[in-house]
Design a protein around this ligand. Structure first.
Ligand code: FES
Length: 222
């Protein structure tokens, strides 16, 4: 329903802010969340950042149990590991225990999720079909968030938002902008997720420091 407010739709059909692209810049870096009943993981696999349901297709164990970290996309149960297309590529004892050939592996590929980027902000959605992030946020807000996130590349001392700061809201993301130029980003845990999946970061503008940014972006959707 095109004019339906995102908040009134099922959580699985909505975009949720997850993290900064910086968090996924390193090989094997991952960030997880939960939307409704569905665990999601976004992971850097050999420079590609991809989104899947965080559920092993063998016996449905959760693959990454932590909200964020660095490690291969490998199920802790029987040790299957998955590539950037979600295919199981490392199967210990495959010849004796699983005997999976190419077709069997394809059938057991991880279920993909939607991934979108707005500047350095990374968003995920369970559903593969639906409005783009820009359509959901609106072109003006999308452009504003992209410009703001790109202009505030430095992490710094955490700040508590105060009265009089500008406030911007987009999906589960609340941004407070201090008059003197800091940006506090707070992402509430999506519907169905506990508070482990809420995240807050304080960023400072490019002009606030003389040192070069210490983070680089990985390959993410434009
Ligand atoms: S449940 Fe994941 S490898 Fe068996």
């Amino acid at each position: 329903m095109p004019n339906e407010a995102p908040e009134s739709r099922r959580p699985e059909t909505r975009w949720f802010h997850l993290c900064l692209a910086d968090n996924l810049a390193s090989p094997n870096a991952f960030v997880t969340t939960r939307v409704g009943a569905v665990p999601l993981v976004v992971q850097n696999i050999k420079g590609r950042v991809v989104a899947f349901r965080n559920v092993c297709t063998h016996r449905f164990a959760v693959i990454h149990g932590e909200p964020a970290g660095c490690g291969p996309l490998r199920c802790p149960y029987h040790g299957w590991s998955f590539d950037a297309d979600g295919l199981p590529v490392g199967l210990p004892f495959n010849p004796t225990d699983f005997q999976l050939e190419a077709e069997g592996r394809r059938r057991l590929a991880l279920h993909p999720a939607s991934l979108a980027r707005c500047g350095r902000l990374v968003f995920v959605r369970v559903a593969l079909d639906g409005p783009s992030l820009e359509e959901e946020l609106g072109a003006d807000l999308f452009a504003r968030l992209a410009a703001l996130s790109d202009a505030f590349p430095h992490r710094g001392v955490a700040l508590e938002p105060a009265d009089g700061w500008e406030r911007i809201e987009a999906a589960n993301l609340r941004i407070h902008r201090a008059p003197d130029g800091a940006l506090v980003l707070h992402s509430a845990a999506p519907d169905g997720a506990d508070s482990r999946f809420s995240r807050t970061v304080t960023l400072y503008p490019a002009t606030a420091l003389t040192t070069a940014p210490t983070t680089a972006d990985a390959e993410l959707p434009a």
